[in-house]
Design a protein around this ligand. Structure first.
Ligand code: NAP
Length: 274
């Protein structure tokens, strides 16, 4: 399906993957409502796009006020697609993860996209055709040491997206769960990047991930899209034979533990919207 002229809301638009998605959708002729927390980053992003009628909104989507602001802006913008791409991450042992880090990860990666979906749903249901794409992760299907809370948030988002897809199966709203593997963005700390390198984990470019998302939007049907091989294979294997994946990942555990952040602020605490 041609997506030219489609009005798309992108959350997390100031991030590595979100800004690549914004550029790819702009190039495909979509009109965009771009949102993130940083007004400065939104202005820079929008000024680099070809389309001149994109809209930006700086809002913290972990707050009720932020989600309501987005709902009002999306109604005025006549949105017909939503790409939920906000997220935070950390690499740490669970016993080195404090309550506020847990709250922030769950609020950003799970509660915020749920609230954004429910707030925009009446609008999307009123459209001739509409699509919701929730950006999860391969770690939304495979539990990974050092990423316990992130995995919990992304497993939750995958379950929410699957249930929503089934709830909307008799409607005109398509629901897509889109799961990248490791991608080269600031979401990953230097420590996480070094760990991926040592483990030989493939790392995709945000531009390639964005192209895959555009093609998922073009398909115009509900689906799950997992990016990368052998990650896709391991998602299936983990569902069928988790103990085999336990053994494979146990061989990585000592290496992963060397990269846990100990006695320092967690990655997400160092990141500030500017
Ligand atoms: N990078 C990877 O390796 C990878 C792999 C698999 C899945 N993913 C998923 O892909 C998505 C995008 O990740 P990324 O790599 O592009 O991350 P990123 O570069 O760190 O960008 C994160 C985005 O989330 C926004 N955000 C964070 N907290 C927010 C809040 N409270 N309210 C509103 N917006 C908020 C940030 O906005 P500001 O910058 O304006 O604050 C930014 O736009 C995430 O869901 C992530 O879990 C990433």
């Amino acid at each position: 399906m041609a997506i030219t002229g489609k009005n798309v809301v992108v959350t997390g638009a100031t991030g590595g993957i979100g800004s690549a998605i914004a550029r790819a959708l702009d190039a495909a002729g979509c009109r965009l409502l771009l949102t993130g927390r940083s007004a400065a980053k939104l202005t820079t992003l929008a000024s680099g796009l070809q389309g001149r009628d994109h809209v930006t909104l700086a809002a913290d989507l972990t707050s009720r006020a932020g989600v309501e602001q987005l709902g009002a802006a999306a109604a005025q913008f006549s949105a017909s697609a939503l790409v939920n791409c906000l997220g935070v991450n950390q690499l740490s042992a669970l016993d080195d993860t404090n309550y506020s880090d847990v709250d922030q990860i769950i609020a950003t990666n799970l509660t915020a996209p749920i609230n954004v979906c429910s707030t925009l749903l009446p609008l999307l249901q009123s459209r001739e055709k509409a699509t919701i794409i929730n950006v999860g992760s391969i770690l939304g299907s495979i539990g990974y040491a050092g990423s316990t809370v992130y995995c919990a948030s992304k497993f939750g988002l995958r379950g929410f997206t699957e249930a929503l897809r089934r709830e909307l199966a008799d409607s005109k709203v398509k629901v897509v769960y889109f799961a990248p593997r490791a991608t080269n963005t600031e979401l990953n700390s230097d420590r996480a990047r070094q760990m991926n390198q040592e483990l030989g984990n493939a790392v995709d470019s945000p531009e390639w991930v964005a192209q895959q998302l555009v093609s998922a939007l073009e398909v115009d049907k509900s689906l799950n899209r997992y990016l990368g091989w052998p990650e896709r294979f391991f998602v299936g294997l983990n569902g069928l034979l988790p103990s085999v994946v336990d053994s494979a990942l146990f061989r990585q555990l000592a290496t992963i533990k060397r990269y846990y952040r100990v006695g320092q602020p967690l990655d997400i605490s160092n990141r500030r919207a500017s």
